[in-house]
Design a protein around this ligand. Structure first.
Ligand code: C2E
Ligand code: MG
Ligand code: MG
Ligand code: MG
Length: 299
C-alpha cells in the first residue's frame, strides 16, 4: 500500500508490478466511489505551435484527487478502470467536463482546442460516436476544436471494427490523433487508410534526442532520423506532428528544425488544474487561429 503523501504529490497507490488481488479490489471499490463523487478531474497541459509559440490546445489528463491519499496518477488507475469497464462512464464524464470547459473558453473569446485520451475499450464501444456527438451538442463546442487521442498500440490490435468507428468519429468533424507514435508497428499502408490528422511522437524519441549520458551520440542521430521520417510520413498524408515530453530548449530547437509542427512538455508547460489553466489561457499572448489552421490543413 502507498504511504500517505504530501499535498500535490502523486502517490503510488500500489506497487505497479506487484498488484495484489486485495489492493486491486480495493482500488476498484474506491474507483467506483470516486466516480460518483467526481473526485477524478481533468487537468490541462498546453500544446503549442513550435514555430510561432502560439497556444494551440490543451491535452486533458485525468487526476484523481483522493481525499486521503492525495493525487493518484492515471498510470495507476486507468488500467484498473479499463479492466473493470469503469473507463466507459469515467471517460464520458471527463469528455463532458472537458468539452464544457473548452466551450466556455470559446464563448469567452479564447478558441483553444482540447485533446482527450481515449482507451481501447471506449473505441470498441459501439455507442461511442453517438455519445461524442451528444456531448458536443450539449456543450456547444465546435467539433473541430475536439481531438481524440488513441495510442498506436490500440490502433494496431484491431480491425475492421476500429476502422469503421474511426470513420464515424471523423465524420463528426473532430480530429483524431495517434498517441505514443513510434512505439507500435504501424505500416504506412495501414496509416494511409486511417482518418488521422495528428501524429504524437512518443516522449522516448524526444528524450533520446539530447540524452548523451545513457545513449551513444550515434543513437541520438538515429532518433533524429526517426523523427525526420515521421515528419516526412506525416507530410505525405497531410497530417501534423506533435512532439511530446519536451523538457528543455535544446529539444524544442531540434524538433523545430526537424519540422515538427507542435510541441508539448514540462519545458513548455506542465499539466494544470482548471483555475490555473484558465488563468494561463487568458494571460497567454497568442492563440493559434483555428480557422487559419483548418485552411492550411485543407490546402
Ligand atoms: P499520454 O496521453 O501520452 O500523456 C502524456 C503523459 O506524459 C502525461 O502523463 C503527462 O503528464 C506526461 N508528460 C507531459 N510532458 C512531459 C514531460 O516533459 N516529461 C515527462 N517525463 N512527462 C511528461 P500522465 O498525466 O501521468 O498520464 C499518463 C497516461 O495516462 C497518458 O499518456 C494516457 O495514456 C493516460 N491517461 C491520462 N488521462 C487519461 C484519460 O482521461 N483517459 C485515458 N483513457 N487515458 C488517460
Ligand atoms: Mg495523450
Ligand atoms: Mg502520449
Ligand atoms: Mg504516453
Amino acid at each position: 500500500h502507498a504511504k500517505r503523501s504530501g499535498k500535490g504529490k502523486i502517490a503510488p497507490f500500489v506497487d505497479s508490478l506487484e498488484v495484489t488481488a486485495h489492493s486491486r479490489l480495493e482500488l476498484e471499490i474506491e474507483l467506483r466511489r470516486a466516480l460518483q463523487h467526481e473526485e477524478i478531474e481533468p487537468h490541462f497541459q498546453p500544446i503549442f505551435l513550435l514555430h510561432a509559440h502560439d497556444l494551440l490546445a490543451f491535452e486533458v489528463l485525468a487526476r484523481w484527487k483522493h481525499p486521503e491519499r492525495g493525487f493518484i496518477s492515471p498510470a495507476q488507475f486507468i488500467p484498473v478502470a479499463e479492466e473493470t469497464g469503469l473507463i466507459l462512464p469515467l471517460g464520458m464524464a471527463l469528455l463532458r467536463r472537458s468539452c464544457a470547459t473548452a466551450s466556455t473558453w470559446h464563448r469567452q473569446g479564447f478558441p483553444v482546442g482540447v485533446s482527450v485520451n481515449l482507451s481501447a475499450l471506449q473505441l470498441r464501444d459501439s455507442k461511442l460516436a453517438q455519445q461524442v456527438e451528444q456531448i458536443l451538442k450539449e456543450s456547444g463546442l465546435p467539433a473541430s476544436a475536439l481531438t481524440l487521442e488513441i495510442t498506436e498500440s490500440v490502433l494496431m490490435t484491431d480491425s475492421a471494427q476500429n476502422l469503421a468507428m474511426l470513420d464515424t468519429l471523423s465524420a463528426l468533424g473532430i480530429q483524431l490523433a495517434i498517441d505514443d507514435f513510434g512505439t507500435g508497428y504501424s505500416s504506412m499502408a495501414y496509416l494511409s487508410r486511417l482518418p488521422i490528422q495528428i501524429l504524437k511522437i512518443d516522449r522516448m524519441f524526444v528524450d533520446r534526442l539530447t540524452d548523451h549520458t545513457k545513449t551513444h551520440s550515434r543513437s541520438a542521430r538515429g532518433d533524429k532520423a526517426i523523427i525526420k521520417a515521421v515528419v516526412a510520413l506525416a507530410r505525405s498524408q497531410q497530417m501534423k506532428v506533435t512532439a511530446e515530453g519536451i523538457e528543455n530548449e535544446q529539444q524544442a530547437t531540434l524538433l523545430r528544425q526537424l519540422g515538427c509542427d507542435n510541441g508539448q512538455g514540462y519545458h513548455l508547460g506542465r499539466p494544470m488544474g482548471l483555475a490555473q489553466a484558465d488563468a494561463f489561457l487568458k494571460s497567454y499572448p497568442t492563440l493559434a487561429n483555428q480557422g487559419e489552421l483548418l485552411q492550411r490543413r485543407a490546402a
